[in-house]
Design a protein around this ligand. Structure first.
Ligand SMILES: [Zn+2]
Length: 277
């Protein structure tokens, strides 16, 4: 072999050596990137699971005319896991805690702010607002809904039947006071005895509406029953709003004393409703 040939062979060997060295280098790089991605996924997952995204309080935009905005007022009763073929009313009025938490997540994902009824009537709210209302003041609200409200910093309105306070299955005064002080829960009125206010005597309608009033100015007709006289008495008692069981989406153009709501059940597709707003 000539010197020239030797020289060429050495050059080829050197080039091959670099090639052989680069293979493990790229393999290690690939391995490192894979590990990084794997960790990134599990890291995201842990955030999703353990750190709820809290609702940010959005400042009210007072420069816009809010009258045209459609503000859903959601209606709930019980928040509990309940299925009883002997009690279809109770079953239909029950929303599972899981469905309730999913609903809250959906509201936050769609960038809606939760407001109380007092804030709704003040009209100083963000156009993308939503109201969560709970009728009757059942004790499962404190056990199953209130912890979720606190977890996500979400507001709600509970309409209590004052004659039922401290009774089995209903909120206690201590629970009402605690939730009221939290600033997350407005305690509205839902009469004293849950009578049909469209069919009771004027005297009893007066006493049901006036005697159940606290510092809140928000009322809810028992079983959605009212007539013109009921509305007049509610207005004169100092309330600024009253919700019904009529189905629909409220606007601030609405008569504030006949506000429609959206009943939420375990199979309600709230995203579909939000998409129409
Ligand atoms: Zn009721």
């Amino acid at each position: 072999m000539t010197n020239k040939h030797k020289h060429i062979k050495e050059i080829i060997h050197q080039k091959m050596a670099w090639w052989y060295l680069s293979v493990p280098f790229f393999m290690i790089l690939f391995l490192l990137l894979s590990i990084k991605n794997l960790y990134a996924i599990s890291f995201d997952y842990s955030i999703e699971k353990y750190k709820p995204i809290k609702q940010k309080t959005q400042p009210a935009d007072t420069n816009v005319v809010l009258n045209e905005y459609r503000i859903p007022i959601l209606m709930f009763h019980y928040i509990r896991d309940y299925q009883n073929s002997q009690d279809s009313i109770g079953t239909n009025l029950s929303v599972s805690p899981k469905k309730f938490e999913d609903t809250i997540n959906l509201i936050i994902k769609n960038n809606y702010s939760t407001v109380t009824m007092s804030e709704f009537v003040s009209k100083k709210i963000n156009p993308k607002s939503i109201v969560l209302t709970f009728d009757d003041g059942y004790s499962d609200f404190y056990q199953n809904a209130y912890p979720i409200l606190k977890k996500y910093n979400v507001k709600a309105v509970v309409y209590i039947i004052t004659g039922k306070t401290n009774q089995g299955g209903y909120l206690s005064q201590a629970q009402i006071d605690e939730m009221s002080a939290s600033g997350l829960v407005e305690i509205g009125a839902h009469s004293v005895h849950h009578l049909d206010l469209a069919r009771s005597t004027e005297n009893s309608v007066q006493s049901e509406i006036i005697n159940s009033k606290n510092q809140s100015t928000s009322f809810c007709y028992p079983s959605g029953k009212y007539n013109d006289q009921t509305i007049e008495i509610v207005k004169n008692a100092g309330y600024l709003s009253a919700v019904t069981t009529k189905s629909g989406i409220a606007t601030q153009k609405n008569n504030m004393f006949t506000l429609p709501r959206i009943r939420i059940q375990n199979n309600t597709d709230l995203q579909k409703i939000i998409d129409t707003l």
